[in-house]
Design a protein around this ligand. Structure first.
Ligand SMILES: Cc1cc2nc3c(=O)[nH]c(=O)nc-3n(C[C@H](O)[C@H](O)[C@H](O)COP(=O)(O)OP(=O)(O)OC[C@H]3O[C@@H](n4cnc5c(N)ncnc54)[C@H](O)[C@@H]3O)c2cc1C
Length: 345
């Protein structure tokens, strides 16, 4: 049994930001445990490495520079990210490289433990999780556990997982020129997948969508559709090829029962780009737990952040959006961690 004041579960961008923020706000490194199976910058640093970012290089650099506990100013390496035009987007692996350096640095400071929490429970005002060989107890836990792709339930055709479809190289090993591929969705990910499939030379792509494409639009001091709109290179391509001249081998159909019954049987493969859902981590006594989406509180001493527990805000026009992205996680944690310090179990 190991007991800590704080346990951060997950070492993706949100877990990295959480550890940095706890240290910045004065929690001693020895009082913090950090749990992750790999410490490889989460899904951001593993599954999505080759995806073109929807945020600018400047925001990744802001994230790296924000927390004094990251020591990024003292980093001896100069990463390719730091030489890019700050206003451009980039491949996510370029942001993952310095984040890996920050992770390794933080692992030297706090108690980094490799493992996967299967369940949480509350005993005598301490949260605890059993890792098999050891049990970790903590007065407070931050869940930064990430999300997994949502799926639809059609039994055929064969599924190409979204992480493969978002990686041009891996995708070309999963489809060929005889394939007609169904793509469900019209988000940033869906557009990248359609683009990759067309570049891979598949026979035909059938895109099942709901609603017009949305584009993020920078205004004076805020961005319309900041969290839901297409950005960067992907937006430029979509304007030219989806809202512009549709490629001959791309068919776009409204995603309703009649169209699905008509077109899906023609498809040999399918990609679902229909969003993400929080990873499952059961909590004894809290079967259907929710979180406060303005401050991340789940229960006393139990908090959530990152893509699994995003802040929900209303823009100046009244549109409600979940704020997902590295800089947004950091900004949010800077605001809510002082609250968390007072809301222990
Ligand atoms: C395709 C795609 C592109 C994106 N592009 C951008 C972008 O350009 N810019 C941007 O800012 N954001 C982007 N995002 C959004 C967001 O920044 C990423 O999703 C990011 O990975 C979320 O970070 P996270 O730390 O919340 O989750 P993750 O990166 O998923 O990390 C979660 C970590 O928690 C671990 N974990 C989960 N459960 C447990 C458990 N029970 N015990 C121990 N460890 C556990 C996982 O193994 C993982 O290491 C993108 C997202 C996607 C899906």
């Amino acid at each position: 049994m190991q007991t800590f004041e704080w346990l951060v579960i997950g070492a993706g961008p949100a877990g990295i930001a959480s550890v940095g923020q706890l240290l910045d706000k004065g929690i001693p490194a020895t009082a913090i445990a950090w749990l992750d199976p790999e410490f490889k910058v989460g899904e951001f640093g593993t599954k999505w490495r080759s995806v073109s970012s929807n945020t600018t290089v400047a925001l990744f650099l802001k994230f790296l520079d924000f927390s004094p506990s990251f020591d990024f100013a003292a980093c001896p390496h100069h990463y390719p990210l730091q030489s890019l035009d700050p206003q451009q987007t980039c491949s996510l692996h370029l942001a993952a490289e310095p984040l890996q350096w920050v992770t390794d640095r933080l692992c030297q400071k706090v108690n980094a433990i490799k493992g996967h929490a299967q369940r949480l429970s509350l005993k005598q005002r301490h949260w605890q999780t059993d890792l098999g060989s050891t049990t970790i107890r903590a007065r407070n836990i931050v869940l930064a556990i990430g999300a997994e792709p949502s799926l639809l339930t059609y039994s055929s055709p064969a599924l190409i997982p979204i992480d493969i479809a978002l990686d041009q190289q891996r995708l070309s090993n999963h489809c060929d020129t005889n394939d007609t591929v169904a793509v469900f969705g019209a988000s940033h990910s869906a557009i990248i997948v359609i683009r990759h499939l067309l570049a891979a030379g598949v026979k035909r792509v059938i895109n099942f969508y709901h609603g017009a494409l949305k584009y993020a639009m920078p205004l004076e001091d805020w961005i319309l559709f900041d969290n839901t709109g297409l950005k960067g290179d992907t937006a430029i391509w979509a304007r030219a090829h989806i809202d512009g001249e549709i490629p001959k081998n791309l068919t776009r159909v409204w995603s309703n029962t009649a169209n699905i019954e008509q077109y899906l049987p023609e498809c040999t493969k399918v990609v679902y780009a229909v969003g993400f859902k929080r990873k499952h981590l059961p909590i004894t006594g809290l079967d259907e737990f929710s979180y406060n989406n303005k401050c991340g509180i789940i229960a006393p001493g139990l908090f959530g952040c990152g893509i699994a527990f995003p802040e929900v805000t209303t823009d100046p026009l009244g549109n409600i959006e979940s704020k997902v992205g590295l800089w947004k996680f950091m900004n949010y944690l800077d605001k809510v961690v002082p609250l968390w310090l007072k809301y222990g179990a």
